[in-house]
Design a protein around this ligand. Structure first.
Ligand code: FAD
Length: 194
């Protein structure tokens, strides 16, 4: 982030490791645009059960390269990975949109995901019941309107971050999610380039 770059497929949860995202599973809220984590990998370095080191690219060994994702450690131990980065901006402008029916949620998510170049960079929904959901759609932005509020949200412990953010926005909007938005730092607690 200090250099304005981030992993192409953002790993959102701090506990998830690159090994787990690459050899386990890695779908993130920008995957509708950039694909799964494995699709950002250019090179794997693995150690097999005999202790031999293999540097694997699509060119060097296509069969092994495409077998490694989801192999969950059965083909070897991953010791390094070369991945694509992408240019990013420091904040994300998030728009919250409530839906009242599962079909409405599906329709709206499809509509947003298919907006081409204008599609949200980040797109996900939180279900509150079988019918009610809140869509969160995010676009990069270079500036924020309220840095103090952003810092308050930054101190929320990671497991509660999403829920607290949604409740916070719900209260700020007077109990209605429609047309509600906020701006949050792309990576929490990294404001200022540290
Ligand atoms: C609350 C919660 C939310 C989640 N949300 C998402 C989500 O939004 N998107 C998503 O894609 N996934 C999600 N997951 C699943 C999670 O991302 C995957 O299970 C991921 O594989 C976990 O990564 P980890 O670093 O914890 O790996 P681990 O659980 O430690 O490992 C996963 C597998 O990969 C193997 N492995 C890990 N590192 C290496 C290595 N270096 N070499 C060889 N094998 C290795 C392990 O042996 C294991 O089989 C979620 C999980 C939880 C608990």
């Amino acid at each position: 982030m200090p250099r304005g770059m981030a992993l192409q497929t953002h790993v959102e949860m701090e506990n998830v490791t690159i090994g787990g995202a690459a050899l386990g599973f890695g779908i993130e809220t920008n995957s509708h645009r950039v694909g799964l984590f494995q699709e950002s990998v250019l090179e794997y370095e693995i150690v097999d059960c005999t202790g031999k080191v293999h540097v694997v690219t699509e060119k060097s060994d296509a069969e092994l390269f495409f077998a490694i994702p989801w192999s969950v450690g059965t083909l070897g131990f991953l010791v390094s990975v070369k991945v694509r980065l992408m240019r990013v901006k420091p904040y994300v402008h998030v728009v919250y949109e409530a839906t009242d029916l599962a079909a409405e949620l599906q329709h709206r998510m499809t509509e947003l995901a298919c907006m081409g170049a204008d599609a949200p960079i980040f797109l996900e929904a939180t279900m509150f019941s079988a019918d009610r959901a809140v869509i969160q759609a995010g676009w990069y932005t270079g500036a924020t309107f309220c840095p103090i509020l952003l810092h308050i949200v930054c101190f929320v412990p990671a497991p509660y971050f999403i829920v607290v953010s949604i409740v916070f926005v719900y209260l700020c909007s007077g109990g209605e999610f429609c047309n509600t938005f906020e701006q949050m730092p792309l990576r929490r607690c990294r404001i200022g380039g540290k």
